[in-house]
Design a protein. Structure first.
Length: 260
């Protein structure tokens, strides 16, 4: 297995890990476009490999949040009720239409592009979105919030399975709108806890249809695991007002290139 490790992929994993540690933006927003645009990896293989990569790297984060009691399992269940069946149906669609077909590749790259543009907008206008839509949802009943959360889970299930993007910035922002009184740490912890089964289910499905490259996965993990640890350690020293617009601009440029 060691002879199959590619140092360039490991360096890319290190770079993405550092950025994830600094910004908190999910690895899918950065890793999948990098694999597709820079290394020419087939879009379906890039997404499938990145999903397993994301699931494995988030397990430790989810465990820490659970240990610190910063996971609202009620919210996680509501999200999973929508995301699990949506991911399964999406995987069946990818399998039916052929994971290596030209049409499937076009759908994946276009969806990835729009997901990145949406993530960029979310990063730039998060405070406004939370303030505006959070107020609009203040009078909603518990049943309505539950249904909206499950609907959000379904949307994330489709987006993540097709593009590997959406479980991070999009999920957290939407949850902050739906649960404005919940502490942010519990929102983040719940989002990460939900992302683990979602990405592992979607990743396992991609493995089943033959779109996971395991030597590539190992190469990425070798670089990203220390990268995330280093980035998280130094995150407080980098101003958010610098990182957030820079990250949003990068995602918008890449998203525009993939979508259009």
């Amino acid at each position: 297995m060691l002879h199959a490790i590619n140092p360039l992929y490991s360096l890319s994993g290190l770079a993405v890990g550092l950025l994830v540690g600094f910004t908190g933006v999910g690895g899918g927003s950065l890793m999948t476009p990098l694999l597709v645009l820079l290394f020419g990896i087939h879009p379906t293989t890039a997404v499938g490999t990145d999903l397993l990569y994301a699931g494995l790297t988030k397990i430790s984060g989810s465990a820490v949040h659970a240990y610190n009691k910063s996971v609202d399992w009620r919210v996680v269940r509501r999200l999973a009720l929508g995301s699990a069946p949506a991911a399964a149906i999406t995987l069946l669609g990818l399998y039916y239409f052929g994971q290596g077909s030209k049409g499937t590749s076009h759908v994946i790259t276009t969806t990835l592009g729009f997901a990145l543009l949406l993530t960029a907008l979310t990063l730039l206008f998060r405070k406004w979105l939370i303030a505006h839509y959070g107020r609009a949802l203040e009078g909603a009943s518990e049943r309505d919030i539950s249904l909206l959360t499950t609907g959000l889970g379904a949307l994330l299930g489709v987006l993540v399975t097709i593009s590997s993007v959406g479980a991070g910035a999009l999920g957290v922002t939407a949850l902050l709108m739906l649960y404005p009184k919940m502490p942010t740490v519990r929102i983040v912890g719940s989002d990460i806890a939900h992302a683990v089964p979602l990405t592992l289910i979607a990743g396992a499905g991609h493995w089943w249809i033959g779109s996971v490259d395991f030597p590539l996965l190992a190469s990425l993990l070798i670089g990203s695991i220390p990268g995330i640890a280093i980035g998280s350690h130094f995150a407080a020293r980098v101003p958010d007002r610098v990182l957030r617009p820079l990250m949003a601009g990068t995602l918008a440029l890449v998203g525009g290139k993939l979508a259009f």
